[in-house]
Design a protein around this ligand. Structure first.
Ligand code: AMP
Ligand code: ZN
Length: 119
């Protein structure tokens, strides 16, 4: 798993996982961490991230995809806990797609009607 680093000291989300930067945590286990987005784009907006530093969806491989699958199990579990049935999962990959933090993350948005296509 050469593209899966346990931690990147310059990475904002790695720092959040380590507790060096505060976050509004919803869920944590050995593999994943979930917390509310600091700049919510919907009444409910949280992020699910792997604890391993994978930089984006473009770096998912056979060697690390079980981590990503686990993130989706967590999304299913957390949305059920929050009583959410209608939601959108988004992962921006690359600056032109809107990615601003180079640590794989899944946005979970809910609580309002979500239009399609996205901008
Ligand atoms: P993206 O722009 O798709 O890379 O998503 C990064 C997300 O991280 C944005 O929605 C930001 O609002 C969010 N974000 C940035 N810094 C923090 C932070 N300290 N705590 C929580 N969310 C953050
Ligand atoms: Zn990171």
């Amino acid at each position: 798993m050469s593209n899966v680093l346990r931690c990147d000291s310059d990475c904002l989300f790695c720092q959040i996982i380590k507790g060096e930067i505060p976050s509004n945590k919803i869920y944590e286990d050995h593999t994943c961490y979930a917390f509310y987005d600091i700049n919510p784009q919907a009444p409910i907006h949280f992020l699910v991230i792997p604890k391993a530093h994978i930089s984006s969806c473009g770096e998912i491989t056979k060697g690390n995809s079980s981590i990503v699958a686990h993130c989706f199990e967590v999304i299913s579990e957390v949305t059920k806990k929050l009583g959410i049935t209608d939601f959108r999962v988004v992962s921006n990959c690359g600056a032109k797609a809107g990615q601003s933090v180079s640590h794989l993350h899944f946005h979970v948005l809910s609580g309002r009607d979500l239009t399609w296509p996205p901008g």
